[in-house]
Design a protein around this ligand. Structure first.
Ligand SMILES: Cc1cc2nc3c(=O)[nH]c(=O)nc-3n(C[C@H](O)[C@H](O)[C@H](O)COP(=O)(O)OP(=O)(O)OC[C@H]3O[C@@H](n4cnc5c(N)ncnc54)[C@H](O)[C@@H]3O)c2cc1C
Ligand code: FES
Length: 275
């Protein structure tokens, strides 16, 4: 697939390091799907869709810095949307499953917890909006280093309850987002949706596993993407060999708990980088 040229129509400053670029196209995408963004003359990088036709970018290196310097009227290339998305279970699932005699609580889909660390909130906002519009009970835990780096706080608040954790204690729980999880009865939730720094996701998944809830977790994983469509093999994870770009980026907690998650990832050459 060749990139489609899109024009930047609006730039929103979300935090000191994160901006949202709105564009003149709105691809039909499920929450959690991503696009490959061609930054002319530099690189092509994966980005989640944070709203229809929008990407939310944290400046960490040459391509994201170049995206952060764009102005309204500039253009980028977009391929996609690609990958799978988060599975949002309908409210009616509870009655149907109870009717089927399913009593273990898994997969009812009425009450969901979203756990968003840093720019990981980008693929989770469309999920929160969709779940809220389907009348699900949404609770979002938002974590960041400092209060001014909290992403989409007001947007998530419109979808349900929120709980905040900051590393420096400038807002909400003082410490990691895992500390904020302790304020909740996790067994009372039907699904958990998680995206953020990998070590954060591993800690969250360990807590869910200790509670026997890992199969109810969906995590959006980051790996080095080259093709973005399952051809080159750059993004495979051990030991399953699944391609994160095509089989993910959303993968289930019971699969990831037995994987390389939180241990290592690979760089552009395929070399293992330990966390
Ligand atoms: C499915 C997916 C969705 C993403 N969504 C977002 C998002 O919504 N917002 C956001 O700010 N970031 C997102 N990222 C991360 C983003 O792709 C990287 O931060 C970006 O590629 C960094 O490029 P750079 O040139 O600025 O930095 P570099 O200095 O080149 O790289 C910094 C780090 O970013 C990672 N990276 C670099 N190139 C790639 C690549 N081609 N594929 C994957 N990782 C790479 C590597 O870990 C590298 O160490 C997503 C990544 C994936 C896999
Ligand atoms: S990036 Fe090429 S197979 Fe996933």
């Amino acid at each position: 697939m060749r990139p489609v040229n899109v024009i930047i129509t609006e730039i929103i400053r979300e935090t000191p390091t994160i901006i949202t670029l709105r564009t003149d196209i709105e691809p039909d995408a499920a929450p959690g799907q991503f696009v490959m963004v061609w930054v002319r003359g530099l690189d092509e990088i994966p980005m989640a869709l944070s709203h229809p036709g929008s990407i939310t970018v944290q400046s960490v290196g040459k391509a994201t810095e170049a995206l952060s310097r764009l102005e309204v009227g500039d253009s980028i290339g977009i391929r996609g949307p690609f990958g799978n998305g988060f599975e949002v279970k309908e409210k009616g699932d509870r009655e149907e499953k109870e009717g089927d005699g399913e009593e273990d609580g898994a997969g009812k889909g009425n009450k969901i917890m979203i756990i968003a660390g840093g720019v990981g909130g980008a693929p989770l906002l469309p999920l929160a909006l969709q779940a809220h519009s389907r009348d699900l009970d949404v609770t979002t835990l938002i974590g960041a280093r400092t209060a001014d780096e909290l992403l989409f706080e007001e947007h998530f608040l419109k979808c349900g309850a929120i709980s905040i954790a900051t590393d420096d204690g400038s807002k909400g729980h003082h410490g990691f987002i895992t500390g904020a999880m302790e304020l909740f009865n996790l067994a009372g939730f039907d699904q958990f949706y998680i995206c953020g720094p990998e070590l954060m996701m591993k800690s969250v998944l360990d807590i869910l596993r200790a509670a026997g809830l890992e199969a109810m977790a969906q995590l959006s994983l980051h790996r080095y993407f080259k093709c973005g469509i399952g051809v080159c093999g750059a993004c495979t994870i051990d030991p399953s060999g699944l391609r994160v770009c095509r089989d993910g980026p959303v993968l289930s907690g019971d699969l990831l708990i037995k994987s390389e998650l939180g241990k290592y990832h690979r760089d552009a050459t395929g070399k293992k980088i330990m966390f």
